[in-house]
Design a binder for this molecule. Sequence first.
Ligand code: SAM
Ligand code: SF4
Length: 341
Amino acid sequence: MAVRFVDLEDRQGKTSLFDRYGRRIHYLRVSLIDQCNLRCVYCMPVRGNHFTPKAEWLTPEEIETIVRAAVSVGFDKVRLTGGEPTLRPDLLEIVERLAGIEGIRTLAMTTNGLLLPKLAHPLKQAGLTRVNIHLDTVKKPSLNRIMLYTRFEKVWAGILAAEEAGLLPIKLNAVVLRGYNDEDVADLAALTLDHPWHVRFIEAMPLGPQATVALERFVSNAETKARIEERFGPLEPAFDGQLVGEARMYRIPDAAGFIGFISPVSEPYCDSCNRLRLTADGKMRLCLLTDHELDFRQALQEGGQEALQALFARAVRAKPVGHQLRSGVYPLIRSMSQIGG
Ligand code: SAM
Ligand code: SF4
């Protein structure tokens, strides 16, 4: 029997899921693995991490089945993340399977870039649309302290490889922490002068075991923007001042690229949230910053596509209105590396 959705609407000939607050939910982030080859100070503790055993990872086939169900209820954007997604030995198979699903507009990946010199071209060939690469600073001593344990040259090589492979536009993500990289933000922004890249500054969010780092070292994006403007003068609003994804975009006059500010703490954008997040072990997280999850692997095993479609509808219906950081409520069950940002 076909599943019926009370909140499945047909707008402009397209099937879409809307939540109780009128938000269209159509963006699925898929964490492929909770392991990482780095230990960024705001994300993962250096020691004491408990990783999902490989046997419990969703298989490429299971991921494809869940994404097919998502597309059938109106999802059209998928992002692969982690942990570090490039550590999945079957990453290319996963990308190929997802790229073959009709109805996906964007198939992107978020990565620390370290393995892109080897993987950028095969990923592009497998059907990946583009990548967001994580670079917290261009100052080598600061990078050595915040992105444990790598070197600037390695991330840089990954960025160039992605650009060369045509995984465009290149978007760089930087989390700003006081005493680590807050004084380097104008140097990072300066990359946009000559490169057509999007350099995006993200406010540190308190969650999981590293929550206190984010709380104690928090820097608002208003402060980051002011520092950049001290060097370059007023930034020009870009893209009509609209949010692009979750980023408010600007540019240095005459620069080749853009500067974005993602401000989940100081300026929450929950009212325009359009996403759900699948974890590597098959749980669907309804909000990044709320510990509420539904078991999609169980639905897949017990009921296949129909059960998954029904669970998507339930997940969207149950999606919280927003996070409660301002009331001091932090999600503690999972770290960012277990959800994928
Ligand atoms: N390993 C990949 C990477 O670093 O891009 C993908 C996973 S990582 C969890 C995704 C994004 O989340 C990265 O841009 C990272 O900087 C960001 N991130 C991690 N912990 C964060 C936190 N506590 N607050 C804000 N952003 C965070
Ligand atoms: Fe790994 Fe990404 Fe977390 Fe850094 S931010 S520890 S690269 S998952």
